[in-house]
Unconditional design. Structure first.
Length: 185
């Protein structure tokens, strides 16, 4: 049995793991190839056998994460028609790596890629026809609010349950802030 593909994948994964360790410490823009190779235990030439540069590595990592989220969303839509269930399934699948990429040390472009990936899925669950005037503004508002809420939830150490945050998102999106506040006053 040929183990070369296994070895190649393990080597690629060591570079990726080293990258994640560095992102936890500092911004992606400050990470150098030599830091990644040092952490991974390989030399620079080995890195370049797998990636042209850090940007290509980042693109590879982001594509993998977006593919996982896309598949999770598609599976969730087939299993449930509930907006809250879809939100909960998809947003729980948003692991630490996604939040790192969306955070201060991450890639500012990643949040836009994630939003672009999830926006059609989220908006198809909304009880709003796509042909209403200014639908794109409504969509932008809903998605920005949801991603902002999720980022805040992550920054607070996910101090409330996923079910509660998803219920809150659903109530805010469907009923508005005033109705939400009135419910608790």
């Amino acid at each position: 049995m040929n183990k070369q593909p296994e070895i190649a994948e393990k080597t690629r994964q060591k570079f990726i793991d080293a990258f994640w360790a560095l992102v936890r410490e500092k911004p992606i823009s400050k990470i150098a190839v030599n830091e990644i190779t040092r952490r991974a235990g390989y030399n620079r030439s080995t890195f370049y056998e797998y990636f042209l540069d850090i940007d290509e590595m980042l693109s590879y990592i982001e594509d993998e994460l977006l593919n996982e989220i896309r598949q999770t969303a598609q599976d969730a839509m087939q299993e449930s028609s509930s907006m809250r269930d879809l939100f909960q399934t998809v947003f729980l699948a948003m692991n630490e790596k996604i939040y790192l990429l969306m955070g201060a040390n991450g890639d500012p472009a990643f949040a836009a890629k994630l939003r672009e990936e999830l926006e059609p899925i989220i908006m198809c669950q909304m009880p709003v026809p796509a042909d209403i005037p200014n639908f794109d503004y409504l969509s932008s508002f809903v998605n920005d609010a949801m991603f902002g809420l999720l980022q805040h939830w992550n920054e607070k150490g996910k101090d409330i349950s996923a079910e509660k945050i998803c219920t809150m998102m659903q109530e805010l999106v469907l009923n508005g802030v005033i109705n939400y506040v009135t419910k608790y006053s």
